[in-house]
Structure formats: C-alpha cells, structure tokens
Design a protein around this ligand. Structure first.
Ligand code: UD1
Ligand code: MG
Length: 475
C-alpha cells in the first residue's frame, strides 16, 4: 500500500455548539472529539499526521500534545495553522507545506466526527488502493440526511460525480440519502493542485474540500464512495443534540461489547455505563440502570433494575434488588441490598450483609452477616458480625453541631424502633428492647430497655364506646 499521510481538520469554531470551546474539544463521555479521531487514525501508523488548527488553536494544540505526547515529541503529529476559517478546502490546503516531500495517499478527516472506526479507515484505504482511485470517500445512507453533504451519483452507472453541500442542493438533490461522512483518501499528486483550484462560489462563500470530488471526475480520474456498514459512524457534531446522539451511540457500543463478553441485560437500551466502569462476566443487569465513575461489578452480581450506582465496588454474587441509589460504597460478596435502599459515601458492607427496604447507610461499617432488614438509618457506625438491627432503628449521629459514632458489637440484637444516641456502644451479645432510646453503654450479653412500663385499664375501651353511643342518641 502507498505511504500514508493524515490531515485532521480542527480549525473551526463550531458556531452551533457555543463559541467558548473550539468544537473539536467538546467532550463525549470518553474523550474530546479530536481525541477520538486521532485515537482511531494513528494506529494506522501514518508517516506524518497534521492537525489543522485555527480557532483558539493553543487550546486544541495543548489537548493534542498532552493526549498524544509521544507522537508529537517525535514529530509524527504536527500542527498547521489556518488563520482564518475559510472552509474545509482552505483548511486542508493549509497543511500543504508539511507535505512538501510527501508522495502517497493523504487521508483527510474531520475532527468533529468522532465515531469513525479504524476498521472503516482500513477498508477505505484498501478499496482506494485496489481501485487505483484518485479520491475515495466514506459515505452513509441516512434516514435523515439533514445538513450533511449529499453524494451525487450518475443515475445510469451509479458512479460518484460530486458531493453537494445541503445548502447548495436542488430540491431533488436534497432527497438523496447517501451522505458524505467527511473522510477522504486522496492521491497526493492530485490533492494540492486540486485544492488550489477550489473556489468559494457557493451558498456559504467557503472553500469546500468536497469540491475536489467533482474536480477529479472532470479530469476523468477514478472516484469511489464506500458506504459505511455502520451508519452511526457518519455522525458529526455540529450542535448539542448531535453530541447527545454521539454519547448515546458510544454508550450503546459499550453496552453491546459487554453483552458479547457475557453480561446479561434485560433491556440494554435503558442501561448507561460510564467508560470507567468495569463489569465482570455473568453479571445480570435489569432495566433502567446507570453505572458511573469508578464502579466495579464482580462476577455473578445481579442488579434487578432502577439503580444509580456511582464509585461502588460490588463483590461476587451480590444481589442488588430493585431501586437502589449507591455512591462510594463497598458491597461485599453475597450481600443482599434493597429493594429501595440508599447506600452513601463510606458504606462498607462485608460478605453476606443484608440491607432491606428503606434503609439508608453512611460511613457505616457492617461486618459479615449483619442484617438491617427494614426502615433504618445507619450513619457513622461500626457493627460487629451477625448483629441484627430491627425495623426503624436510627443511629442518632448528629447533635446539631457534630457527628458521633455508634459502635455495636457482634451478635447484638437491636429491637425495632430504637434510637441509638451517639456516641454510644452496645457490647457483644447484648439486646436492646424495642422502642428504646439508648444513651449509655450497654454491656456484654445484657438487656437494655428504656420503655415506660405498660399499664392496663380493664374495660376502658368498652366504656368509651358506650359513652359515645349515648351522646350520639341524645342529639
Ligand atoms: C462537512 C462536509 C460535509 C459532510 C460533513 C460530515 C464540507 C464542505 N462539508 O460539513 O459534506 O457531510 O462535514 O460531518 O467539507 N474546519 C476547519 N476550517 C474551516 C472549516 C472547518 O478546520 O475553515 C474543520 C472543522 O473544525 C470541522 C471540520 O472541518 O472539524 C468540518 O467542518 P464543519 O464546518 O463541521 O463542516 P460540515 O458543515 O459538518
Ligand atoms: Mg461538521
């Protein structure tokens, strides 16, 4: 194959997405737009790559120099300046000087189309070589071709004859659904002369790179358009809506890759997974789940659905039942959480812990086998192995000024609806009677209860009913 050179067009401002940041520095959930494009093209080992910068060029150059340090230091990635943004054709021409000793194929890419895959670039270059083409482009058949440039073909032969920008199209040309993705493989011997001849007599008054297609055709050169298998690769970012489509596509690529690896999902379209998340084999994920930040799911974890999980590690075979918000929590192997639980920062749950419905934890270290099955707040506490925390237990950790710690030993039993007023300790094997307010240490194996003694007044209810009936009869 010919020697390969690359130009990435990245000088534009991106009027439609806000002028503060150059468009190619807009970020997807994974990378900057330009980072995506260079990340796919540089593995093709081009002899030379030139990034054309202009609008706020120091920002773009600094991002590229940081992300592709080695290539920039070696000089295999360089920058060319386009002082004024006069169009994509003019931008490409600004790289001419860097290519003065270069003979081969120049692959030109738009810095704002981040979904392009290395495999498609390889297929384009192979086709370009095989067809001995002068210009080869990537195209995509879109249901909504929107403002993309249309690929015009001669009706009889289906040969490509031009790329027409949407704003310059006739009504019938606008009906064409095959669009220009914005990647071009061009013979260097043709490229520079053709770019010099491009004019700006079009609706936008810009020098269009796309005009080299018509120029090559008029010279009788071979031009080919290779339709992409995956039309999503054609998505370019011109506004905030496009960026949301790109993020959705990147998410669905991650989701599909996990499914191929053996992660089960009931409704993959409702699962959102950050690129930083790691998911092990045979994990099962139900609908409406968001996994964010530095979250790690071990093998066999089951998430029933409706969960927002951020920066959590989840041990093997843990079962996260329906309705969970968890952030900064460690969940041990075999733990059962929820339904409807809220695990906050600093929650550390050892193996086989059971957290039931409507339980909130924060800075809570629960040892193996602890159960808090219903309606509790466990904050700033340490709980020993196999302790049972009854429904409605509250650790009163805040006195209005500072937080204090509750320490419960192993095999403690806290009766329902108890308040543990911190700082307080309940030692191993002790029991707290239901409804108690514990303000002092409960010693090992004892029973503590603070309830008022129960009183009973025989026949009281019956007398009350009779009195009420009499009063009603009098009215
Ligand atoms: C361009 C193509 C269109 C194609 C679409 C695919 C042209 C004339 N049109 O349109 O056929 O369907 O991409 O996404 O090429 N840039 C510069 N300097 C400039 C102008 C632009 O460096 O003077 C850079 C931009 O930073 C951007 C890229 O070139 O990375 C494309 O420019 P943009 O204005 O987005 O072109 P589109 O209208 O999307
Ligand atoms: Mg664009």
């Amino acid at each position: 194959m010919d020697t390969l050179g690359v130009i990435v067009l990245a000088a534009g401002m991106g009027r439609r997405i806000g002028a503060e940041t150059p468009k190619v520095l807009q970020r997807t959930s994974e990378n900057s737009l330009i980072g995506h494009v260079l990340g796919e093209v540089l593995p093709l080992a081009p002899k030379l790559s030139v990034v054309v910068t202009g609008f706020k060029r120091e920002l773009v150059e600094s991002e590229v120099s940081t992300s592709f340090k080695t290539e920039c230091a070696k000089g295999s990635v360089r920058f060319a300046v386009q002082e004024q943004q006069k169009g994509t054709g003019h931008a490409a021409l600004c790289a001419k000087e860097s290519f003065k000793d270069f003979v081969g194929t120049v692959l030109i890419l738009c810095g704002d189309a981040p979904l392009i895959k290395r495999s498609s670039l390889e297929r384009l270059l192979s086709l370009h070589a095989e067809q001995k083409a002068t210009v080869s482009i990537l195209s995509a058949e879109l249901n909504d071709p929107a403002s993309y440039g249309r690929v015009l073909r001669e009706p009889a032969s289906a040969r490509v004859i031009a790329i027409r920008e949407a704003r310059d199209c006739s009504p019938s040309e606008l009906l064409v659904r095959e669009v220009n993705q914005g990647t071009y493989a061009v013979d260097s011997a043709f490229l520079w002369a053709a770019l010099e001849r491009v004019t700006n007599t079009n609706a936008q008054g810009e020098f269009y790179l796309t005009d080299i297609v018509e120029a090559a055709v008029s010279e009788g050169q071979t031009v080919v358009a290779m339709p992409l298998h995956d039309v999503q690769e054609a998505l370019g970012v011109n506004d905030a809506y496009d960026l949301s489509l790109i993020n959705a596509e990147l998410n669905s690529r991650r989701v599909h890759a996990l499914q191929r690896k053996g992660v089960f999902m009931l409704q993959p379209s409702s699962v959102f997974i950050d690129p930083t998340v790691s998911v092990n084999l045979s994990v099962k994920i139900g609908p409406n789940v968001q996994l964010k930040g530095n979250t790690q799911l071990s093998a066999g974890v089951v998430i029933d659905g409706q969960a927002l999980i951020t920066d959590c590690s989840v041990g093997e075979n843990a079962h996260l039942k329906l309705g969970l918000v968890a952030s900064g929590a460690q969940i041990g192997p075999g733990a059962q959480i929820g339904p409807f639980a809220h695990l906050r920062e600093g929650t550390e749950l050892a193996a086989e812990v059971k957290i039931g419905n409507f339980v909130e934890t924060k800075k809570a270290r629960l040892a193996r086998g602890v159960k808090a099955s219903h309606l509790s707040y466990l904050g700033d506490c340490e709980v020993g192995e196999d302790t049972n925390i009854g429904a409605g237990t509250i650790t009163c950790n805040y006195d209005g000024f500072k937080k204090s710690v509750t320490v419960l030993g192993r095999e403690v039993f806290i009766g329902s609806n108890s308040s543990l007023v911190a700082p307080v300790t309940v030692e191993d094997g002790a029991t707290v009677g239901a409804g108690s307010v514990i303000t002092q240490k409960v010693t090992k194996d004892s029973l503590a209860l603070t309830r008022a003694p129960q009183e009973q007044k025989d026949g009281w209810s019956k007398r009350k009913r009779e009195l009420h009936a009499k009063q009603k009869a009098r009215k």
